[in-house]
Design a protein around this ligand. Structure first.
Ligand code: GYE
Length: 358
């Protein structure tokens, strides 16, 4: 009986190895010489070209590391990584070079959400499936799947938190400065849309919204200019990522403006990387809405499924918690981007949470 079970298992394994190695769209089927035992044949690596946005933030570094770890040689991948340095022309060029290299799959983390249809048509003609990671592509549907975050919900959640927080602290007037992420990126578009909706509903004043390009330097420069134009006129700063928040803090510190739990300015951020959660713990950022960059395993899983001829979902959303510095609110309730009323917990950051963050 045991022997029979082992035999069935061995057969199943041999079959699944054969299915995997022959499944990728541009990989030729292995020649079926009777003498070559399947286990002795060297594993064919799946060639994946990854056009990454750049290296602008802690989030991005974590994203790159996550993909590199999940798509390693040991795990069966030949990963060709291009850092596109936040340059859209360079990103299109990277995708075209992957088409020329005849990779099996192309992964794009699109810098901006438009301008994609032509190159995706080229990939389609070359029969190379495209997977979109992180930000979305909004002017083409020529890709097989997308893995990323619901950016509009992140913005809505930030607004819902600010509404309840201001009420709990009896703050009547909200005068808000927003440091946006890269203009035209879906992360910027979604966070802006979500937050603006709540601001409008509550009659808050958004004094200004300028692009800090998701970098610390960008955040600092925008904040320096805000401090000149809006000195003493604002009590909320919303940074669309943590690195911008670090830059904004430097500018406020230099100008003698206090922020965070014991400061004059409520500071809100997105991403929730380790360095930022330490600041939430210390009360230097009031609330941080996580965007989860650890997408590598989901990506590897999707590619393996496609290579095996299996179906993958059109969209995969990352799970993302909301972090706060104080204990006064336990949850927020808001209408999400799908029109559902949701109640989500607010997590007060502890040392253990900050230590475990990406
Ligand atoms: O929030 C920011 C990064 O696209 C979700 O890009 C990503 C954003 C992230 O630079 O830190």
């Amino acid at each position: 009986m045991k022997k029979l079970f082992a035999l069935v298992l061995a057969l199943a394994l041999a079959l699944s190895v054969a299915a995997c190695s022959g499944g990728a769209s541009t990989t030729p089927a292995p020649s079926a010489k009777p003498s070559a035992a399947p286990s002795a044949a060297p594993q064919k690596l799946i060639k994946v070209g990854f056009a990454q946005v750049g290296h602008e933030s802690d989030w991005r570094t974590a994203s790159t590391k996550s993909v590199q770890a999940a798509l390693s040689k040991e795990k069966g991948f030949d990963l060709r990584f291009v850092d596109c340095d936040n340059n859209s022309a360079k990103q299109l060029e990277a995708v075209r070079s992957f088409i020329q290299q005849q990779v099996d799959y192309i992964v794009i983390a699109p810098i901006v959400s438009t301008g994609w249809d032509t190159v995706l048509t080229e990939a389609q003609s070359a029969k190379i499936p495209v997977i979109v990671l992180d930000r979305t592509i909004d002017d083409s549907t020529k890709y097989v799947t997308w893995i990323g975050s619901e950016f509009t919900n992140e913005g809505l959640a930030a607004g819902a938190w600010l509404k309840d927080y201001a009420k709990a602290k009896n703050i009547k007037d909200l005068n808000i400065l927003v440091i946006k992420g890269t203009t035209g990126s879906s992360a910027e578009i979604g966070r802006t849309k979500g937050f603006e909706k709540i601001a409008k509903e509550n009659g808050w004043k958004i004094l200004d919204q300028q692009d800090g390009n998701f970098t610390q330097d960008g955040g600092q420069k925008v904040m320096e200019s805000y401090l000149k134009s809006y000195k003493d006129k604002f009590n909320v700063v919303v940074c669309q990522n943590d690195n911008e928040a670090f830059g904004a803090q430097d500018a406020m510190k230099a100008a003698g403006v206090t922020y965070g739990v014991n400061g004059k300015v409520i500071l809100i951020s997105f991403d929730a990387c380790k360095a930022a959660l330490k600041q939430v713990l210390e009360g230097k950022i009031n609330a941080d809405f996580q965007c989860n960059p650890l997408q590598g395993e989901f990506l590897a899983d999707a590619i393996k499924k496609l290579a095996a001829g299996e179906k993958v979902p059109a969209k995969t959303y990352m799970k993302e918690p909301w972090y706060v510095a104080e204990d006064i609110l336990k949850s927020i309730t808001y209408t999400n981007n799908a029109g559902q009323t949701v109640t989500e917990p607010l997590i007060k950051v502890t040392q253990a949470i900050a230590d475990a963050a990406y």
